[in-house]
Design a protein around this ligand. Structure first.
Ligand SMILES: [Zn+2]
Ligand SMILES: [Zn+2]
Length: 203
C-alpha cells in the first residue's frame, strides 16, 4: 500500500504570468512524503535566510516521526533553487549523530524508484524535470513538481502567459511544458503541484 502525505504546502512567489512577487509569499514548494517499501521525501525545499541547518532540522523534525525505516530517500523533481537547495543541509543534519539516519538522493531518471512508484519524465519547465506517479486507494496520484505549478495554472486557458518565468522559455520549452501537463492529465486522478494544495484532475 502506497501512502503520501504533505509535509508542507508551499505557495508560489509570483503570480503565474507575471514577475511581480505576491506580498507575504515565500515561494516555498509543496513537500511530500511518499511511503511504500521506501520513505521518499520529494523536493525538500530551499535554504532559509536564517540558516540552512535550522531549516533542515525543522524539516527533519516534521518528517522523521513518520518514517518506517532508518533511511530517508530524497527525490528532486528539478534543479530549481526553491525545490532542491536545502538537500545538502538536510543530508548533513540527517546523518549527524543527533539523527543518525541514512540518506540517499535518488539519481534515477526513469523507471521505478520504489515499489509501485514510477518516474514520469515531464520536461519543459526545465529540461530535466521529472514527476512521480503511483496508485493509491484514492486513485492515481502524480507528484508533479513545477510541471504543474498549482491548480490555477493547471486549469488556466491562457497557458502561454502562465509559464513560470525565472527562465526565458523558448517555443520548444513551452511546447514541452504543455505536452508534459497533458501527459500528467492523462495519467493522474490527483495532482500534487509544485506549489499549493493537491487537487483532483476532474472537478
Ligand atoms: Zn521550478
Ligand atoms: Zn517551483
Amino acid at each position: 500500500m502506497i501512502s503520501y502525505k504533505p509535509i508542507s504546502i508551499g505557495n508560489i512567489l509570483c503570480n503565474p504570468g507575471s514577475r511581480e512577487p505576491m506580498p507575504g509569499r515565500t515561494g516555498d514548494p509543496t513537500i511530500t512524503l511518499i511511503q511504500t517499501d521506501k520513505d521518499i521525501l520529494v523536493d525538500p525545499g530551499q535554504n532559509h535566510p536564517h540558516g540552512q541547518i535550522p531549516a533542515a532540522i525543522k524539516l527533519l523534525n516534521a518528517v522523521l516521526p513518520h518514517l518506517h525505516s532508518q533511511k530517508l530517500y530524497v527525490f528532486l523533481t528539478h534543479f530549481h533553487y526553491d525545490h532542491c537547495s536545502l538537500v545538502n543541509a538536510l543530508e548533513f543534519a540527517a546523518t549527524s549523530p543527533r539523527y543518525n539516519r541514512k540518506f540517499e538522493v535518488i539519481k534515477q531518471t526513469a523507471g521505478e524508484v520504489a515499489e509501485g512508484v514510477r518516474i514520469l519524465p515531464t520536461p519543459g519547465h526545465t529540461p530535466e524535470h521529472k514527476s512521480l506517479e503511483f496508485l493509491t486507494t484514492d486513485g492515481r496520484v502524480c507528484i508533479a513538481g513545477d510541471a504543474v505549478l498549482n491548480e490555477a495554472y493547471f486549469r488556466g486557458t491562457n497557458r502561454w502567459n502562465r509559464i513560470y518565468l525565472p527562465n526565458e522559455p523558448t517555443k520548444k520549452d513551452i511546447d514541452l511544458t504543455v505536452k508534459s501537463m497533458e501527459i500528467i492529465r492523462n495519467h493522474a486522478d490527483i495532482i500534487v503541484p509544485g506549489h499549493g494544495d493537491a487537487f483532483p484532475v476532474k472537478r
